[in-house]
Ligand binder design. Structure first.
Ligand code: TXA
Ligand code: MG
Length: 336
């Protein structure tokens, strides 16, 4: 079998499954976009510095921004990290596989390019069955950031990835729409204390109930150079994006209607749209006010609005509990 760029030639009638093809491409140092339950990742062999360098190139990502390393079981964590705190194992035992990333002291064999020279590595075990099967079949872990150009909204379908990075990567492994829809929750242990560094697919409440303690959060950008992923400009659509408090969309929109015609305004609403804006310009995250559904819909809705012929996008925050914290965080970062 010969794989040349995106062309795959097999001798005789040999049929390769997409999973096997992805494994072959990754083993030879190519990039493959992979499904996870949070968002699609742009994956490379985490132990191959040259392969990892391609991720930064394709995403146009600054090399000071470290990558998450993906593996398939809790036992594997100690292969890539050392001095793992008890609290990390407590979380791992309940939440891995799942939408959790643990920042742990890295083992020396993880290349510095993966962690941007930091002494810690972000480790995650995705729950998506195809991602787990893929990882099980490899003898190396996968470094994978979200599969979007740096600074843009994370992809939650294979189509989102193809639309932006399709020409630059060997393959997109299609695993359907991501079931959670926002990135993993990142927990680190600065000074030995469990601390949430990015709100994501696992709620603060769940982490606190597992640890049986109040957990610190330290997720905000400019004041947080140790987690560059928290840059304020992250997750932004191209159109100016304005966000207001929960339930205040109607009043908020009135100010914009003095400057923009209703058909030039896009609306991202939590549970109900606005009467005076055309229905086709409005996306509702969850008519039943379900925060899990809203998270699952969020990035796709932001993309669709960004691609409509509107000039600006108006959005509202959602209740600040459960996955609401992750949603509000992404809305805040997307806003001008
Ligand atoms: O759900 C997810 O976490 C997805 C899927 C593909 O696994 N991945 C993801 O990766 O969101 P990325 O690179 O888009 O965001 C991870 C952020 C990075 O921006 C980085 O700042 C932070 O995690 N991070 C990774 N390793 C770190 C480290 N050692 N110290 C501090 N921050 C770290
Ligand atoms: Mg990202």
């Amino acid at each position: 079998m010969i794989i040349e760029g995106k062309k795959m030639l097999t001798n005789s009638n040999e049929l390769l499954s997409p999973l096997t093809l992805a494994q072959l491409l990754l083993a030879r140092g190519d990039l493959v976009a992979i499904p996870t339950e949070t968002v699609y990742g742009l994956a490379a062999n985490a132990l191959n510095a040259q392969a990892v360098a391609k991720i930064f190139e394709v995403k146009k990502r600054p090399t000071f921004d470290p990558l998450i390393v993906h593996t398939y079981s809790v036992e594997q964590l100690a292969r890539y990290a050392h001095s793992i705190p008890d609290e990390a194992y407590k979380l791992a035992e309940v939440l891995m596989p799942g939408a959790l990333t643990l920042l742990l002291p890295k083992q020396a064999h993880i290349p510095d390019i993966v962690t941007a020279g930091l002494p810690t590595v972000g480790l995650r075990i995705p729950k998506h069955p195809l991602a787990l099967e893929l990882l099980h079949g490899l003898d190396f872990p996968l470094a994978a950031p979200s599969a979007n150009p740096f600074g843009y909204i994370s992809p939650t379908t294979a189509e989102h990835v193809r639309a932006q990075l399709g020409d630059a990567i060997a393959m997109v492994l299609d695993g359907g729409a991501c079931s959670i829809g926002v990135e993993s929750t990142i927990v680190g242990f600065p000074n030995g204390e469990p601390t949430i560094l990015r709100f994501g697919g696992i709620s603060l409440e769940e982490i606190e109930s597992i640890l049986g303690m109040v957990v610190k959060t330290f997720t905000h950008s400019v004041s947080n150079p140790s987690a560059p992923g928290m840059l304020a400009s992250h997750y932004a659509p191209k159109k100016p994006f304005y966000v207001t408090t929960s339930g205040n969309l109607e009043a908020f929109s009135k100010g914009f209607l003095q400057k923009y015609a209703p058909e030039k305004i896009g609306v991202l609403a939590f549970k109900a749209g606005l009467a005076h804006i055309p229905a086709e310009n409005q996306l509702i995250l969850s008519p039943t006010a379900d925060l899990n559904e809203a998270a699952q819909q969020l990035f796709g809705a932001m993309r669709r609005l960004d691609n409509l012929p509107v000039r600006i996008i108006l959005a509202e925050f959602v209740p600040q509990n459960g996955l609401g914290r992750a949603i509000n965080d992404r809305l805040q970062r997307a806003s001008v």
